[in-house]
Design a protein around this ligand. Sequence first.
Ligand code: CTP
Ligand code: MG
Length: 400
Amino acid sequence: MTGLTVALIVAAGTGERSGASGPKQFTVVAGKPMVAHSVAAFRAHTGIDRVIVVIGAGQEAALTAAAGKIEHVTGGATRRLSVLAGLKAIGSADRVLVHDAARPFLSAVVIDRLLAALDGAPGAIPALPVVDTLAIATDNIPVCAERMEHDGAPGLLRLLGAGISRDNLFRVQTPQAFHFPTLLAAHCGWAGPEPTDDAQMIRADGHDVAIVEGDAMLEKITYPADFAAAEARRSVQMISRSASGFDVHRLVEGEELWLGGVLIPHTMGLSGHSDADVALHAITDALLGTICAGDIGLHFPPSDPQWRGARSDQFLAHALSLVDAAGGILDFVDLTLMCEAPKIGPHREAMRARIANVLRLPISRVSVKATTTERLGFAGRGEGIAAQAIATVRLPEEEQ
Ligand code: CTP
Ligand code: MG
């Protein structure tokens, strides 16, 4: 397969039916904002060259907080207009996958199936066969109001009409994959009624759309109860892992003291190749440990001049992006600092806030503790500071 493949995630809806306090795409599901799941899934897939998110007006900061730095464009008043805005932002491409942010659990297997199907048809959609018996309702008949309340219409009983066959009926999901020029033409020339997906639009132009096997994990989050159902579906696929990290740096005069991403006034500072933030280094190693990705020295060699004086929060952010790429969810971080001075207590909350910010965690999931070593050893003599951290993540079962 050659040529450029772009993933377009539509996340510009208001999520009215979801009952969430804000747009549902930013609600935390399975450990991270909903939109961040599909961003990570597309980024991790080698067949996807570019990922663009379509957001509502003024949601740039919410998107960055949810998914980090990512290409985005402002959507429109309907899903169709949001997709159109995204297609225009793409400019040119060979293939495009259009995906609802409201379907967070996207697997690489579904992307593989769609891309393979595009070799034989200009469009491809994931779908699941309908397994329930289908019913058409007909008339309502009046009954005693005390006996029956139905759909807010007291005293009416809905009746079953003729049966319909479920043979060849499918429930359609996203992502939907298309040859880019075909979808762009369908969108630009659209004059029909408001469509609920993109495949209908290229069908209306007479193009074939292949059906590939969908995934129960791709169920859309629409109503309030769907959040808990999604958490439950996801949790059976995840296994918890904890890993530790440890680091020591020497205290010297004439250096700034960076600890937990916070500049602390002190008579001495930590020396090292970067800013020597021993706390962030320990947490970085703990994160890397959860996915067996080596240690901080492997990713940021001290011999590399570009890391001289570097702020350590970028090391931590990188480790988090690797956990994300592995489909992981960071649940908790616990840090212990070992030093005689300075006193950590007055800076504890600032450190928790900074670490939580870099890790995109609520502050309640970051613990910072400190201890002296009873004047014993290098920490006790004030020659250096040691830090130990433990991170707990959930990883998809296939990553184990
Ligand atoms: N969407 C969009 N732009 C719109 C409307 C919807 O990008 N103007 C996106 C949603 O963000 C969602 C997907 O299209 O990812 C599917 O739409 P839906 O589930 O209906 O989400 P909402 O429109 O946000 O929810 P509701 O209809 O309950 O308001
Ligand atoms: Mg909608």
